[in-house]
Design a protein around this ligand. Sequence first.
Ligand code: AMP
Length: 418
Amino acid sequence: MQTIDNFNFAGKKAIVRVDFNVPLNEEGKITDDTRIRGALPTLKKILNDGGALIIMSHMGKPKGKVNAKYSLSQIVDAVSAALGVAVKFAPDCAKAADAAAALKPGEVLLLENLRFYPEEEGKPVGIEKEDPAYEEAKKAMKASQKEFAKTLASYADCYVNDAFGTAHRKHASTAVIADYFDADHKMLGYLMEKEVKAVDNILKDIKRPFTAIMGGSKVSTKIGIIENLMDKVDNLILCGGMTYTFAKAQGGHVGQSICEEDKLQLALDIIAKAKAKGVNLVLGTDCVAADAFSNDANTQVVPANAIPDGWEGLDAGPETRKLFANAIKGAKTILWNGPAGVFEFDNFTAGSRAIADAIAEATANGAFSLIGGGDSVACINKFGMADQVSYISTGGGALLEAIEGKILPGIAAIRGEE
Ligand code: AMP
């Protein structure tokens, strides 16, 4: 497989898929440029080699229509500043052949939002799945998606995918385009390589003990990952809102706590599976219950399986925090996805904080810790502890699918896998 380090971009034009889906404020100013900074090592390597860059990305969900609100023209100045090069802009990503052809080594062209074309995502527009003509429309769209990808590919000599955030999507720019380059002329960017390595660390090169912490609100959204991890982990901490589905399934009383009534059997199956596989399943024993879903609610610490009516568990209790910390501190591999409580409320952060502290301690003692999937990243950032863990993934859905053991189309397309 070709790698970015081995490829000499001198005199070449590289088309690079990045994730510049950055948040903008009302005035169209970038409020968080993490994603731009994340792609810089790849972009700079290409320019430093003496290559020319064609950058492509999506922004927001314009649903296949031109929409000024999602125009990438708004980030041209920021990308120019980050790269130290005056970036040119192609206002139509599918009609940029001349601009691309005119690029000289060291020059940069940013294409307009790929998702202004429905071909990018490849879903038929204006027709419902139930419509008898849907299958035909889907076939036609797949054909025009190939044409769209071919047009993008025609701008460049080689293709680099550095957009981990969309690696789980089989879109024109993330996967289909790779078919138009041979194996020596397509590769993953540095950010992608780092993400793939981090996932390999927790799925393949596991140092034991391995503790996974799954939190968040619901069992239903995490079940695929929990099942895949069950074959790999030594300790599995299930926390957050899931706690109460497990408590109720085992005959507990959970008051007003979030609870998935239709997942009680699933919870019992998970408990049985953990036992059969020798996985140490750690569930909360006590919780901080509140009399309202509010930061200012009255609180009391109660057993997680005996919550009074009118009260709801919003955070892990003190005994639970110790249990969690003990299962984390001795670990050599750690994965954290999902908070242990409603961390958005300052008064219900203690459980997540205890987890973050234990992860930081284990990491300082040589463990590999991966934090990823949306809210746990927000949580570690809220605590200002991002530099105390080994790796924070930039991918939400992509990371979760990778951990579930699914092959990501964006990576498979480069590696030539199906
Ligand atoms: P998820 O997107 O599934 O990872 O869920 C993250 C959300 O779960 C966060 O917004 C938390 O506020 C929420 N959460 C965590 N613990 C609880 C709880 N005990 N009750 C209600 N929501 C919770």
